[in-house]
Design a protein around this ligand. Structure first.
Ligand code: ADP
Length: 502
């Protein structure tokens, strides 16, 4: 890596990093109650990018009170749905204006290639807010014909109101820091809720920047509050008795804790958790397309996607050929800092994540799995949190690398003999987030899509997202759907009104 290929952050990003970053509570920039801050690291070299407030339970409490006031007595609920939509659209315009700033912050903070942040993370964010800006004016109840058999002759008019839930706590992960915040904020606000957002401790920067734009767009004070901090800060939000709903994206392990924490006031919960998604390639597939597609399925975002195609299952007839092609692709991936123009894959988000992924690679190796590509830390990049794109050959179902979510660029490949075996193996983990099927046969595509227990099935593609396409899990991958009209179910409640007409 030569210095010359590294892009300098632009002056706005430098100014942001050098500013005194604060929490956003009740429309004000404030320090944490304790006054404590913590370091935010650049995972490409572990240097300190900046510091952010270490919010604690007192800050969560302040933020929840602000959100409650905004919900019950502030101007927010008095806005027309059209005005609400306009605010969200304005926010999208502001993000578009600052696209480069967001892309650079995301790349520096998370490690992802700048080109990807520019082309995917930020444009998807803008589009997502516009989708929910449009949806704000289309949320509605229904009229119902009711019979009431025990009141013969009586006449009723029954209608439903679809109302916001109230104060929503949102806890997000570090793999797509801006986009994950967006998936949660867009729908919550379109539906009229007030929010306390807790970004991941590894990647708090884009959420704090987004907070500035909420203020600039003119959202009333307290409608969106942002509290940076660690797991205990998230826990304080999940267990707070004045939070009506908590939405979480992260590990299945923390998902369990969120459910337990929600028990106090029986708050509503939605969970988007881990995955171990299979890419299933049949012998009749376009092998070139499939090889490229399954490589992207696992290596996109360095495998740090909950829907990463981390298990590759290939029909035995084409197994060797396809797996070899994927291994070749893995070997050619150029590792480097996200801010370098020639980087295909950046570092993982943190040393902790690098160590976690390395542990899984070592477990694969010690269980006898052969690494056709990668298999450890790349040479010469020790300062950063890099892992070589790794392809394990002929793994068996019982291996840890086949059953557990690794959240890194590690693929576990195995052959199958027929469609039934493909479906059975595809379903043979505790997760059920996503899958992809690669075939030219429409019948196979339908059969496998139907047979898989997964929230999303892609055919001849993988990692395709759109604001209008629902996303969420079966089994231990969670419950509730994000994006699309379906997400409204998690952010609204139905009130039934029955009027007797005399
Ligand atoms: P990872 O292990 O990959 O960092 P986590 O599931 O631990 O993923 O973290 C996802 C988000 O959940 C982060 O914002 C983190 O701070 C938060 N978090 C961690 N532990 C808890 C907890 N016990 N309660 C609520 N939130 C938590």
């Amino acid at each position: 890596m030569t210095e010359a290929t590294l892009l300098e952050p632009c002056k706005d990003v430098k100014a942001f990093l050098n500013s005194d970053l604060k929490l956003l509570i009740n429309g004000q920039r404030v320090s944490s109650a304790s006054g404590e801050t913590f370091e935010v690291l650049d995972p490409s070299n572990n240097s300190v990018l900046t510091r952010v407030p270490k919010g604690g339970s007192e800050d969560i409490d302040r933020a929840v009170r602000a959100a409650r006031n905004a919900f019950e007595t502030g101007p927010w609920r008095k806005l027309t749905v059209s005005e609400r939509g306009k605010l969200l659209w304005k926010l999208a315009d502001l993000i578009e204006r600052d696209l480069e700033i967001f892309a650079q912050l995301e790349s520096l903070d998370n490690g992802k290639p700048l080109a990807i942040a520019r082309a995917a993370d930020v444009p998807l964010t803008i589009d997502h807010f516009r989708y929910y800006a449009g949806l704000a004016t289309k949320i509605h109840g229904e009229t119902l014909d009711i019979s009431v058999p025990y009141a013969p002759g009586a006449e009723f008019f029954d209608f439903t109101l679809r109302e916001p839930i109230g104060v929503v706590g949102q806890i997000i992960p570090w793999n797509f820091p801006l986009l994950m915040a967006t998936w949660k904020l867009g729908v919550a606000l379109a539906a009229g809720n007030c929010v306390v957002l807790k970004p991941a401790e590894q990647t708090p920067l884009s959420a704090l920047k987004l907070g500035d734009l909420f203020v600039e767009a003119g959202f009333p004070a307290g409608v969106v509050n942002i509290v940076t901090g660690f797991g205990d800060t998230g826990a304080a939000l999940a267990e707070h008795n004045d939070v009506d709903k908590v939405a979480f994206t992260g590990s299945t392990e923390v998902g369990h804790k969120i459910v337990q924490a929600s028990a106090g006031n029986l708050k509503r919960v939605s969970l988007e958790l881990g995955g171990k998604s299979p890419s299933i390639v049949f012998a009749d597939a376009d092998l070139e397309l499939a090889a490229q597609g399954v490589a992207n399925a696992i290596f996109f975002n360095h495998g740090q996607c909950c829907c990463a195609g981390s298990r590759l299952m290939v029909h035995s007839k084409v197994y060797e050929e396809l797996v070899e092609r994927v291994a070749d692709t893995a070997k050619k991936i150029k590792l480097g800092p996200g801010m370098a123009s020639d980087t295909d894959m950046g570092p993982l988000v943190s040393r902790e994540q690098q160590e976690r992924v390395l542990k899984y690679i070592n477990s694969g190796l010690s269980n006898g799995a052969e690494a056709l590509a990668g298999g450890g830390i790349p040479k010469g990049l020790d300062a950063g949190c890099y892992i070589s794109p790794t392809v394990f050959n002929r793994v068996t179902q019982g291996m840890q690398i086949v059953q557990e979510e690794i959240f890194g660029p590690v693929l576990a490949a195995s052959p199958f003999e027929d469609l039934e075996e493909a479906i059975a193996k595809g379903n043979d983990t505790e997760f059920g987030l996503a899958a992809s099927v690669w075939t030219r046969d429409i019948n196979k595509a339908h059969k496998v899509a139907k047979g898989l227990k997964a929230g999303t099935v892609w055919v001849n593609c993988h990692n395709i997202f759109d604001a209008n396409a629902p996303f969420g899990g079966y089994k231990k991958s969670g419950y509730g759907r994000e994006m699309s009209l379906h997400a409204l179910e998690m952010y609204t409640q139905v009130k039934n009104v029955i009027i007797q007409i005399h």
